[in-house]
Design a binder for this molecule. Structure first.
Ligand code: KG4
Ligand code: ZN
Length: 358
């Protein structure tokens, strides 16, 4: 079964053709980073107009690269939530039109689930083995920071999430404060290479490192508003030399990433997760990948890092996840709505090995 996936929930217009959930025949991403960088964040109306401009050429190129005609597709999948409503509407209207005209099933995909699935793209053997479950996934992007525990039957539980900013958002806002541009994550990673990451003692939210008690129910939760404010005060009314700037961003990056690592390890220990997955745009970060690899090995668990190419927003993860729903006949119709928010509870994830047995 070959599925065309579309993604337009934020500032990337993406299309991909994926066979049987894992064989990526093409995956294209048209980024709008340049358009939004002047504003230090994504402007929803501008994003929607740019999606409208890009979606046809991106879909055409994805089909061309896959070597397939529209007639060879088995279904159309599109991110339907969560995201910026004007941006989502473009991809969803396009997907509905295509599904209707080609008489193909339509699938609305949850972007958060798709980020989790990105860790398994091209690795069916990891999913086939129930000994890898429960799986603990850290989803860490511009919109999300959450630890999700997935049982072998697909039940997914959010063990902890951010109470305020997402980790990527904390990096983006720091870059904005420092006047470095958008998106902040990759810029900060690059500048941090020349910095001393111990030069500034930035707070690590809800970690208890400062001696302050973390309430037990918040032990897997995240908070990045404190570190952001600390940065604001540290650089306020100061002219930073290039070396000081490198030291600031290195220390800031360390503070953000160390919380992610320590909470993931705590959750892996308590949940007895066999396999830990790292996914989402921030999972591109080299510091985070290295530190997570070292610490997960230290507690004797397996680690799967999503391929850097599929960490950020893309449509391969959408088309790949859609196949798992489609093979169980779990498809949508043209009345499918879009939504800005994640549902209160995650559903069961169809890529888990014992999903069908329930
Ligand atoms: O997954 P993604 O493309 O979009 C969302 O669903 O949010 O993630 C974007 C986020 C941005 O906050 C960006 O700054 C961050 O991922 N990011 C990084 C890196 N590359 C992208 N953060 C740290 N290091 C990177 N190399
Ligand atoms: Zn995303």
């Amino acid at each position: 079964m070959t599925i065309l996936g579309l993604e337009s929930s934020c500032d990337e217009t993406a299309a991909a053709v994926v066979s049987d959930g894992h064989r990526i025949l093409s995956s294209l991403v048209a980024s709008q980073v340049k358009l939004h960088s002047a504003y230090g964040g994504v402007i929803p109306e501008l994003a929607a107009r740019e999606h409208l401009r890009n979606i046809n050429p991106v879909v055409d190129a994805a089909l061309r690269q896959s070597g397939l005609e529209l007639g060879a597709l088995s279904a159309i999948a599109v991110t339907s939530l969560p995201g910026l409503i004007p941006a989502l509407l473009v991809g969803n209207a396009y997907a509905k039109g295509l599904a209707a005209s080609q008489n193909l099933p339509l699938l609305g995909i949850n972007h958060f689930e798709a980020h989790i699935y990105s860790a398994f793209l091209g690795r069916p053997e990891l999913l086939a083995d129930s000994a890898n479950f429960p799986v603990l996934a850290l989803v860490v992007s511009g919109g999300h920071t959450a630890l999700v525990l997935i049982a072998a039957d697909g039940r997914a539980e959010i063990m902890g999430a951010t109470l305020d900013d997402a980790a990527g958002e904390a990096l983006d806002k720091a870059a904005k404060i420092l006047g470095l541009g958008y998106p902040g994550g990759p810029i900060i990673e690059r500048l941090a290479r020349d910095g001393d990451d111990r030069a500034f003692a930035f707070p690590q939210g809800l970690r208890g490192a400062s001696g302050r008690m973390v309430p037990p129910e918040l032990r897997f939760s995240f908070s990045f508003s404190g570190v952001k404010t600390a940065l604001l005060y540290a650089v306020r009314e100061r002219q930073l030399s290039p070396q000081e700037l490198a030291d600031v961003v290195a220390s800031y990056q360390r503070a953000v990433m160390e919380v992610l690592v320590s909470k993931t390890i705590l959750a892996a220990r308590e949940s007895d997760a066999r396999l830990v997955c790292l996914c989402g745009g921030v999972a591109c970060n080299g510091y985070l990948r290295r530190r997570m690899s070292a610490e997960v090995a230290g507690i004797g668990r397996q680690l799967r890092l999503a391929e850097p190419e599929y960490c950020g927003d893309n449509a391969a993860m959408v088309a790949g996840l859609a196949w798992h729903y489609a093979r169980f006949g779990l498809v949508d119709d043209l009345t499918m709505p879009v939504s800005a928010r994640l549902p209160q509870k995650l559903g069961r994830l169809p890529f888990a090995p014992d999903f069908a047995k329930e």
